[in-house]
Write a protein that binds this ligand. Sequence first.
Ligand SMILES: Nc1nc2c(ncn2[C@@H]2O[C@H](COP(=O)(O)OP(=O)(O)OP(=O)(O)O)[C@@H](O)[C@H]2O)c(=O)[nH]1
Ligand SMILES: [Mg+2]
Length: 433
Amino acid sequence: MEYFERPSGGEGAVLVHLSLRQHGQDEDLDEFQLLAKSADVSVLSVITGSRQRPDPKFYAGTGKVEEIAQAVKQLNAEVVLFNHALTPAQERNLERVLQCRVLDRTGLILDIFAQRARTHEGKLQVELAQLDHLSSRLVRGWTHLERQKGGIGLRGPGETQLETDRRLLRLRIKALKERLDKVRQTRAQGRAARQKAGVPTISLVGYTNAGKSTLFNRLSGADAYAADLLFATLDPTLRRIDLEGIGPVVLADTVGFVRHLPHQLVDAFRATLEETAQADLLLHIVDAASPDRQLHLDSVETVLAEVGATAPVLLVYNKLDALPDQAPRIDYDDDGRPHAVWLSARDGVGVDALLQAMQACVSSPWEQLVLAMTPHLGRLRARFYELGVVESELPNDCGGSRLSVRIQAPDLAQCLAREGLVRADVVLENDLS
Ligand SMILES: Nc1nc2c(ncn2[C@@H]2O[C@H](COP(=O)(O)OP(=O)(O)OP(=O)(O)O)[C@@H](O)[C@H]2O)c(=O)[nH]1
Ligand SMILES: [Mg+2]
């Protein structure tokens, strides 16, 4: 058993982390500690161990439970956190033996979410997830009570109270769902309006603590909350910004992913993830210095596939400063498309490279156009040649020509603007294929 100094502030907690030999899905102890820190508890002790499989009654074995009980008593802990999903019965049994509050991994993550939610929608989502979690515990707790009481005297005041609580809970859940639906509709409308206006949305996604918010701030000059805490960002933060060489885009910072995110949380945050799924480009931020880099990368990709995200993905290996002897760079795939960018969001090193790669990823489609060039448009014609966009030219009898070009809309707009022209002045044929 390891002991820690008790810092001021936050409830004192004993952490329990067991590895299961037959499980193959062990959670990460460092991540657990960071989760605990994010929930603002003081870690008094970390108890580890291993088992073949979870004990049905206590999850841990009786010897381990005894060890936990001793630590709780000795350290005066207020709460015991398990880095595992406990059944309501296991939670209850443990609370009875340990004589203090017991929270499992889902409860812990929910608590962090509750502390972090900022927007109206985020708060609604968290409350819904919490009630959901709670209702399964209430129901089970009640069955347990029922069993104790047996069949006689079931109509006591205790039951009425619980019945009411459950009914209230159901009502509250229903009301929350309705309100969330409204908020989501509003958001969908906003998204549709943006799409109509042709403003691309770029979403920053990635494992929690990868540095999404730091990069978001770097790119937008905003100060979204960045902290060395898990789930520092819970609500998508949208910001409309002008990106150099790209034009206006909507940049979205999102909630971090975590391995084995309890499914009810995935459900609760579906709206947030939907925003992600609808983006035009995903920047997948990876903590390049993390020993679990590949694991994190894989789990984020799994979630993206689950929510049906089809947008192109640009990998961003962040925290380059924490790797020895690495210079910022862009990796390209076989057909010359940028695949990954290595940078440091904190220091800003490599952000130029990112902008360059993003530009290549979100640039507008090429248009095939036939333009009418009159003799007085010599300068415009020369500019097209300069840009290398001319495919063929057919002179006409009036000293002008029909110019076939393959060009991107923003470039054309820029060329025309210089001459005080609009598309209709020169475009004869438009073939988008
Ligand atoms: N060394 C180093 N640390 C960084 C870099 N970028 C971010 N960090 C740190 O990593 C931690 C997490 O950064 P955030 O930007 O909050 O991470 P996030 O991905 O938004 O996290 P969540 O919102 O919790 O999912 C903070 O302590 C940052 O200071 C970087 O380039 N180098
Ligand atoms: Mg964040």
